[in-house]
Write a protein that binds this ligand. Structure first.
Ligand code: GLA
Length: 400
């Protein structure tokens, strides 16, 4: 009997090979993750309160659905090798927490690592991939972020393939988030394995800075943005570039937060909030919950935006949208307010990747300001605006 079961299990594992869960993350995933604000200070109360706040704040209505626990939830492996959550921080167990989050109409995400240990020194999944995937599936987990610490000797594509196959064999559809920091160019192999892949090292809540930690560096918003060059053609429905989780509400100014959020939407980036949802100032919530700006990120066409022009201080970005509209974002990188003049009639946008064009000389568009939530005339008149320091002007253009 045991032998028959083993053969059946192996056959299932073999037929499961070569697949990820399709038809997931057809638009960039939206949710929250504990790391940027709480690092290793995670427990079940924080996760429950965050799920409550996601609903009561209106973020759930705005499209956020994943409540993701990052590093350090782990306790020990038992004698059979099964992983358990830290019993002091998660005394009710993971299944009960997942049920709580599901009852709110939300989904739960968890974190592991391709190496022996996570970045926080907790047990990693190396050699235990199928067993861990089964455990997560039994708990009812919906999303796995899979990190890359203590895995330097491994081939990344192979390591992530193993976990993809393990998740598929476990049978519960999960979004698979490849967190390999862009080291082995995951955009070249990630689409068949996961639903999103980190393109860079860690983000930092700072508009324009780099912090050197010795063996690694964290980067500010502008630095991460600049590292996305040349990657847009790899992204699309079900497989996204991930420029890391949001730092909105984690200490930058409102202008900087707005610029950060807008650019992530122009990039069709996953929108994973990283602040304390339980204590959100109104200005932070207004950014995270702006449905018109989110609509640019979540557009069904799934085309990442691109830089159209730059003078080093002001950057103009465009993103084609499913209904023939265009999103346009003018980013002011400088610490001084800047005047923007854009004479539509003399401009034409042509995107060879999406094969979309907008010839403003020949076709007129209505202009909507997505932050002011106001119409702003048409492309018949030149755009003449002031963009505050480290901020954006974000528009949606609709054919007349
Ligand atoms: C790495 C990841 C981060 C976070 C930490 C957890 O640095 O890139 O996003 O998950 O590990 O230790």
């Amino acid at each position: 009997m045991k032998q028959i079961l083993l053969i059946l299990f192996c056959a299932a594992a073999v037929t499961a090979r070569g697949q990820k869960f399709e038809q997931m993350a057809l638009t960039p995933p939206m949710g929250w993750n504990s790391w940027n604000k709480f690092a290793c200070s995670v427990d079940e109360q924080l996760i429950r309160e965050t799920a409550d706040a996601m609903v009561s704040s209106g973020l759930k209505d705005a499209g956020y659905s994943y409540v993701n626990i990052d590093d350090c939830w782990h306790g020990e492996r038992d004698a059979q090798g099964f992983i358990h959550p830290d019993p002091k921080r998660f005394p009710s167990g993971m299944k009960a927490l997942v049920d709580y989050v599901h009852e709110k109409g939300l989904k739960l995400g968890i974190y592991s690592d391709a190496g022996w240990k996570t970045c926080g020194g907790k047990p990693g999944s190396r050699g235990r991939e199928f067993q861990d995937a089964q455990t997560y599936a039994q708990w009812g987990v919906d999303y796995l972020k899979y990190d890359w610490c203590n895995a330097e000797a491994l081939n990344a594509e192979g390591a992530y393939l193993t976990m993809r196959d393990a998740l598929h064999a476990a049978g519960r559809p999960m979004v698979f988030s490849i967190c390999e920091w862009g080291n082995q160019k995951p955009w070249l192999w990630g689409a068949k394995i996961g639903h999103l892949w980190r393109t860079t090292g860690d983000i930092k809540a700072c508009f324009d800075c780099v912090e050197d930690h010795g063996t690694w560096k964290s980067s500010g918003i502008m630095q991460i943005l600049d590292m996305q060059k040349g990657l847009r053609e790899y992204a699309g429905p079900g497989h996204w570039n991930d420029p890391d989780m949001l730092e909105v509400g984690n200490g930058m100014s409102v202008n900087e937060d707005r610029a950060h959020f807008s650019m992530w939407c122009m990039l069709a980036a996953p929108l994973i909030a990283g602040n304390d949802l339980r204590k959100m100032p109104g200005a932070v919530l207004e950014i995270l919950a702006n449905k018109e700006v989110i609509g640019v990120d979540q557009d069904q066409l799934g085309i990442q935006g691109f830089q159209f022009a730059t003078d080093g201080v002001l950057e103009t970005w465009f993103k084609p949208l499913a209904d023939g509209d265009w999103a346009m974002c003018v980013l002011n990188r400088s610490p001084r307010s800047q005047k923007v003049v854009f004479d539509w009639k003399t401009k034409a946008v042509a995107d060879s990747f999406s094969k979309r064009e907008a010839n403003f000389g020949g076709v007129n568009y209505r202009v909507r300001d997505l932050w002011l939530k106001k119409d702003r005339g048409t492309t018949k008149e030149a755009l003449d605006a002031e963009v505050p320091a480290c901020d954006v002007l974000m528009l949606r253009l609709k054919k007349m």
